[in-house]
Design a protein around this ligand. Sequence first.
Ligand code: ADP
Ligand code: MG
Length: 697
Amino acid sequence: MTAPKPIEFLKGVGPERAKLLREELGIFSADDLVNWYPYRYLDRTKYYKIAEIGADEGYVQFVAVLQEVKELGDARRKRLAVKAVDETGEIDLVWFQGIRYIKPNLIAGKQYVIFGKPSLFQNKINFAHPEVEPWNPQRELKTGLQPLYSSTEKLGHRGLNSRGLERVIRPFVLSPDFQPTETLPEYIRHDAKLIGLKDAYIKIHAPENQKDVFHAQRRLKFEELFFMQLMFARQKVANKSRNRGFIFGEVGVYFNRFYNEVLDFELTQAQKRVVKEIRADCKQGHQMNRLLQGDVGSGKTIVAVLSCLFAIDNGYQACLMAPTEILATQHFQGIRGYFAKLGLQCALLTGSTKKSERNVLHEGLREGSIHLLIGTHALLEDVVQYKNLGLAIIDEQHRFGVEQRARLWKKNTLPPHVLVMTATPIPRTLAMTLYGDLDVSVLDELPVGRKPIKTLHKTDSHRLEVFGFMDQQIGLGRQVYIVYPLIEESETMDYKDLMDGYESITRRFPLPQYRVSIVHGKMKPIDKEYEMQRFLRGECQIMVATTVIEVGVNVPNASVMIIENAERFGLSQLHQLRGRVGRGAEQSYCILMTGHKLSHEGKLRLKTMCETNDGFKIAEVDLKLRGPGDILGTQQSGVLQLKMADLAQDAQALAYARELAIKIVTDDPQLTDEKNVILRQHVLQLQRNHSRWANIL
Ligand code: ADP
Ligand code: MG
């Protein structure tokens, strides 16, 4: 755009309203104003007759004369009741709030346009809080669609409600003064069939029909997604040229011996593909920064082991970091066996490693006699120094922050290659947005022979039946998890639920026939570990726990997961928990226990769980239910502030934008080609305006 025009100079604004626009909506300039998009349009071409309005109609509008504008109820619970009448019938309108602002605008005997959503109240259709405006036949003929803008109460009092904003924005975008600078070159617009920027602004704010809105939205969404992806693509190129990396030339004896002699199953096609991707990436001379996404049970650990062997074959050490002690220990116990067969050393370092052991371990790392170090974030401490660290693997990345990752980089002269593994599938659209600067590998296939877990929803009144089922499974030699929610805000109550649950279980499943163990966050790590080990060795049949067992824990003989108060868990957490079973050859079950009353969303979550085992599908539903900000936590959600595009809905446009951005940056990294000059200009502008992009070359 041309130099941002301060908002007060627009017709109909002036200093006072400009101040309010700045304070209330963050609108500083004419640019900001035209980017304040309508959230919906009112179709001015379709009017209902009152007799045609049914209770399930959705939003409708009709023209009617108001009668009987009355305030009813007592001082505490006032309501404004109005009757609206046309030649086909009458209908009630009602307001419970803001009566003092609304009432003066409603004059009995006059004609109004009424817009709202009908609902049924005591068997009569009424409208609660409809939008009501005086009927003006002349204006109605001019515009087919009326844009609706969000505004605030304060702005509303100064004449800048939705209608007021329209009265400022519309003439501005239609005036010859409005000359936004095009940001997309002709060739892109042509290939993607997009309208020009000026045209898009006109059509978004002053559309004549739905087609206009469609084309405008398409253009503006694309623009938003494309520039985001263009920035990512540039960042990736910049990272690669900035961060030189170790070159792992070829696989050698350890990798091959493991593959041919030790590994006792065939890799899935997905595992083979991902190992290839990692090998190719580590050969290039730049640092690998790769995200490995794979659903629970997809076999990420073997990919990690093969990658470590690849590093070791090339004369480097590797480390594997896990978020909890239980997980680190489990990785260690699994991998130690493989390494012993190859004559390689691996070691475990966690918070509870003794000082004397530590000293030996530090020494072994510095000398290079330890090839792989497995542990918790204790690995990051400065005293942990390697002879030659070449690869760092982080399991379950969502628990580690970016700064922690960065500390790994300093463990050698060049930053080691980094592989981040996550079992929380992120919808593709989100991964592209969030990790646009990482390379992503996906394990989208489970090892053959797995039986899909059967998931059932049971209400509390079926508890005896569930106990019976547990008994039967235990009789078959299986083990059972029972998980209770533990939410920080209601911690005390949650612990009480857990202990009550534990008690009723021990009563129903008493010694000496049954053994029940319990694990929760308030226990000392060493006690937790002890209980986990008992369960792992099959010495107890039932484990009662909070979500500490959520991540990674592997007990193949456990075949039943019972989740208490399942409605209180989010979808991804439910899916993670369910992933604790179904790891052995037996049919596994997940039973979701809830009370009778469930919210609409709660029902949808449970239904989704019962219908599918596919983590990526579940993640898509989760994205639709919660939106990207909630899924990623607030600190990351800023990244995802999109004005027009919707990650859940515009997946195709995003994929296209990404592909195009990568192609452009590959062919012309600095965007200096004649045809890309306007891209470069806009990119520079974005970098000036948004600190997030500031450090890209
Ligand atoms: P996750 O991706 O959840 O970390 P794991 O790496 O723990 O999964 O693997 C789950 C189980 O599947 C392990 O017992 C592992 O040995 C086994 N496994 C992994 N890959 C295969 C395969 N290709 N064929 C058969 N079993 C496999
Ligand atoms: Mg794992």
